[in-house]
Design a protein around this ligand. Structure first.
Ligand SMILES: *[C@@H]1O[C@H](CO)[C@@H](O)[C@H](O)[C@H]1NC(C)=O
Ligand SMILES: *[C@@H]1O[C@H](CO)[C@@H](O)[C@H](O)[C@H]1NC(C)=O
Ligand SMILES: *[C@@H]1O[C@H](CO)[C@@H](O)[C@H](O)[C@H]1NC(C)=O
Ligand SMILES: *[C@@H]1O[C@H](CO)[C@@H](O)[C@H](O)[C@H]1NC(C)=O
Ligand SMILES: *[C@@H]1O[C@H](CO)[C@@H](O)[C@H](O)[C@H]1NC(C)=O
Length: 493
């Protein structure tokens, strides 16, 4: 074991040596790197465009380097050729020994020849990357957050010019870091602010920066402090159960949710009067959540919204008509959820939201393979919120076999088990997926396929018939018994 790891580190050292000695034979150079960071609440969207130029023939692997903090905070990542919607394959190629950065190899699909140029767009979503500052706010105060990132986008290749723009959704940028020791890359001011945007750079003629030397010498954290006008929301826990029933052709989806307002803690007590006055003048505190809206599928029925006290009747639902599967019209139903009390910073809110939908809207039968296929979304997009812990269970019809699924991204864990409910004879197969740190980008469907043998279709009616027969017999017996008792008791009285 020890020898093996020694061997590996020898190889790494050799590779590192090869990499540094061949600095002049880099396969690419970057004409420009532009990083745009949309400062948010619990989600921060980052778009980085690499304008690259091939320096050799037939090169097809471009390496993107992320810093350690970035990779730990990144929950979703995709690389596209600019203007295309076809994500490229990325291979994680690890962190060079002793370094504080991670390499991702992007497969360009079409090899480039020397002189050819291409624009690659790296899109990431960071979670839990901001924090409220100050940590407490009174009901009538503003909310402000801090966000930290690294000054330079790293790259193993030389870069002619790079800049980073941080954009806040509201104009109040309270403070930002002025970087040190960047005279080598710019003669101008190293940072400028214009309205709600702070720009670091342009920085010129940056050598290969994915090296420990560059990091030690030039890399530095930059921190922004900005006002944020919306509540910072986290879903601490989402448990979704999707139950497929062929009997009744129904798909029931139920979400059990613990929502958390991760904004500044409320200073002092909550005053409903103050809240109402503020809302009346349209100046509701940004760190108070009075209501929120989610988009549900079209054509849903029997929607229920329950909290720990019971049915919450202060909600509004506008159901969009059910549309034919595969149709391009994807208008959703809109549900406005209004909790019984506004949710203040630091508070949790636990509720259940469920609905029925016609199975035909998301499922179909393939007569060639003899299998049913049903699509179930991993989650319903929760605007601006991260989902810390999610568990999705798909409960298949009783007796289903040959269970298979296609998932849009890997789960932390998944397994197939059996779920037994009332009127079930042999239980239903259940597929469970667990996830952490889901974002709006993860609200995608899982496709489950399965076979239901004819005997399984009959099992339910048989079970119901048996139960009914038993009830009927029991009722008859009970009635006789009851009558007898009744008679005897009246006689005695
Ligand atoms: C990259 O930049 C370094 C220093 O600025 C230079 O020595 C080297 O030749 C450059 N490499 C390429 C491939 O342009
Ligand atoms: C995200 O980044 C911030 C700032 O760099 C850091 O304090 C925090 O611990 C990171 N979160 C995770 C999960 O690594
Ligand atoms: C629950 O509240 C909704 C309004 O959101 C109402 O339409 C429905 O009838 C209520 N259900 C029950 C069982 O009270
Ligand atoms: C919110 O829920 C989390 C996890 O269940 C718990 O750790 C935390 O103490 C709760 N916060 C409040 C204010 O109840
Ligand atoms: C999810 O985020 C939390 C908090 O930022 C972090 O500690 C954890 O490592 C992340 N988990 C995964 C699997 O990304």
């Amino acid at each position: 074991m020890l020898r093996l790891s020694n061997a590996i580190s020898c190889v790494l050292v050799a590779l590192a040596a090869a990499a540094s000695s061949s600095a002049s034979s880099q396969p690419f150079e970057n004409s420009a790197i532009v990083r745009t960071i949309d400062l948010g609440g619990s989600l921060v969207h980052v778009t980085t465009t690499f304008a690259l130029k091939a320096l050799k023939d037939a090169v097809n692997v471009y390496t993107i380097t992320l810093t350690e903090e970035e990779i730990f905070n990144t929950s979703w990542l995709e690389v596209n050729v600019k203007g295309k919607q076809h994500p490229l394959t990325i291979t994680y190629s690890g962190a060079p020994a002793g370094s504080k950065f991670h390499n991702l190899d992007v497969n360009l699909e079409t090899p480039l020849d020397a002189g050819a140029t291409l624009n690659l767009v790296l899109e990431t979503v960071q979670t839990h990357a901001t924090w409220p500052w100050p940590k407490e706010a009174a009901q009538d105060e503003k909310q402000s957050l801090k966000y930290e990132t690294s000054l330079f986008v790293l790259s193993p290749y030389n870069t002619s010019v790079q800049r980073t723009k941080l954009k806040s959704s509201s104009p109040g940028i309270l403070s930002y870091t002025t970087p040190d020791n960047v005279q080598a890359f710019t003669l101008e001011s190293p940072v400028t602010k214009s309205g709600a945007t702070v720009t670091y750079g342009p920085y010129n003629n940056i050598p290969s920066s994915a090296t420990p030397e560059f990091l030690a010498r030039y890399q530095q954290p930059v921190v922004l402090h900005y006002n944020y006008d919306y509540p910072v929301l986290e879903v601490l826990s989402l448990k979704r159960a999707a139950e497929i029933s062929h009997w009744g052709a129904n798909l029931n989806i139920q979400d059990d949710i613990v929502l958390h307002n991760a904004g500044p803690q409320l200073k002092g007590h909550f005053s409903r009067l103050q809240h109402q006055t503020q809302s009346f003048y349209g100046r509701g505190a940004p760190h108070v959540l009075p209501l929120f809206t989610v988009q549900l599928p079209p054509g849903i029925r029997n929607t229920y919204y329950i909290d720990q006290i019971g049915n919450v009747s202060t909600s509004r639902l506008r159901v969009a008509p059910s549309v034919a599967r595969g149709s391009k019209n994807t208008q959703n139903s809109i549900m406005e959820l209004k909790p019984r009390y506004p949710i203040m910073g630091g508070w949790n809110y636990t509720y259940t939201l469920g609905w029925d939908a016609s199975l035909g809207d998301s499922g179909s039968y393939n007569s060639k393979t003899g299998k049913y296929i049903v699509s179930v979304p991993v989650m319903t997009e929760f605007p601006g919120a991260v989902v810390n812990d999610a568990e999705l269970s798909i409960i298949l019809p009783e007796g289903a076999t040959d269970v298979d699924y296609v998932a849009p991204f890997p789960a932390l864990s998944n397994d197939v088990s059996t779920h037994v409910t009332y009127l079930d004879t042999i239980g239903r197969p259940m597929v469970t997926f667990k996830y952490k740190n889901l974002t709006n980008k993860h609200a995608k469907p899982i496709y489950v396929s399965y076979r239901v043998p004819i005997t399984a279709h009959l099992r339910k009616p048989m079970a119901v018939a048996t139960v009914l027969l038993t009830l009927f017999t029991f009722a008859m017996v009970a009635r006789r018994v009851d009558l007898t008792i009744h008679k005897t008791s009246t006689k005695k009285m």
